[in-house]
Design a binder for this molecule. Structure first.
Ligand SMILES: Nc1ncnc2c1ncn2[C@@H]1O[C@H](COP(=O)(O)OP(=O)(O)OP(=O)(O)O)[C@@H](O)[C@H]1O
Length: 262
């Protein structure tokens, strides 16, 4: 695999297309993400944000285009190569997706034991360190997901995601279901972990407060393409009427509302 250089983005997506029957969700999407950069993709419900993450991570097959990680085209890899690539990815989904039958400690240690073959005792010790990084006391380790709050579950999911030292982490609506204060705390933890561990991060959300907190750069998905992207500090002066309407939650504007899921 090619060595990443300054000229090669960590993730380069070009001309990505994905349709479901007659519904063309991604219509030639281009997006570059630099190493250790945090990019947030915003867009309304049903615009294809989740489909984008699924196509990049191989959870869904794209119809066309390229997805390069460190210059290697993921869509052309063999299943074994794709599997190897997946092990370098971390995914944090909306629901957190902790295993209900495992304790918090076992959940956080899961990838270390199962994917990386770290001996159980060492993995448990490492898991406690990762729990501490996201503000979870050691005593929480013995509890089960059903016994802890939604905010604690998010913290545990984040600890589990970073425990395996992924190169790239995908965050799918990280603050959905959290109250504003807990959303703020989780965003801060995401930023802290991503910056300290120099992880490349792609977050999808329609929560603008969260997008502003988490993103170095924001890209807006509309009609299957990235229609605007720029530094987070520039989004209020984007000069793009679609972005203006979306970030201000305005009813009037050029955005065609998706009123039903195809
Ligand atoms: N497996 C699938 N089969 C058919 N259609 C699908 C499938 N997955 C997604 N879609 C359609 O693709 C479109 C984009 O869906 P997606 O979940 O990516 O939207 P989103 O931007 O993530 O929305 P939200 O913010 O509401 O989660 C929707 O119209 C959806 O119905």
């Amino acid at each position: 695999m090619a060595e990443p250089t300054a000229a090669i983005p960590k993730i380069r997506i070009q001309g990505l297309t994905k349709s479901f029957g007659a519904k063309h969700v991604l219509r030639g999407l281009d997006l570059d993400i630099a190493e250790a950069e945090s990019v947030v993709v915003i867009g309304g419900s049903g615009t294809g944000k989740s489909v984008l993450i699924k196509c990049i991570t191989g959870l869904m097959d794209a119809d066309g285009g390229t997805v390069e990680i460190d210059g290697a085209d993921v869509l052309k890899m063999t299943p074994a190569e794709q599997h190897g690539m997946m092990n370098r990815f971390g995914l944090l989904f909306q629901a957190g997706a902790l295993f209900d039958s495992l304790s918090v400690l076992e959940n956080v240690a899961f990838g270390l034991v199962e994917a990386q073959g770290v001996p159980r005792a060492k993995a448990n010790k490492m898991a406690l360190d990762f729990m501490a990084q996201v503000g979870l006391e050691p005593s929480v380790g013995a509890m089960y997901p059903a016994e802890i709050s939604v905010g604690m579950r998010k913290r545990a999911s984040l600890a589990r995601t970073i425990a395996t030292h992924p190169d790239v982490v995908f965050f799918d609506e990280p603050t959905t279901g959290l109250d504003p204060i807990m959303g703020d705390i989780i965003d801060e933890l995401i930023v802290k972990c991503v910056k300290e561990l120099k992880i490349t991060a792609l977050t999808i959300t329609h929560d603008m407060d969260s997008a502003r907190r988490v993103g170095d750069r924001i890209a807006m998905l509309y009609d299957g393409k990235i229609i605007w992207q720029g530094p987070t500090s520039e989004i209020d002066n984007s000069g793009n009427p679609y972005v203006h309407q979306f970030i201000n939650g305005l009813e009037e504007g050029p955005i065609e509302l998706v009123t039903r899921r195809a």
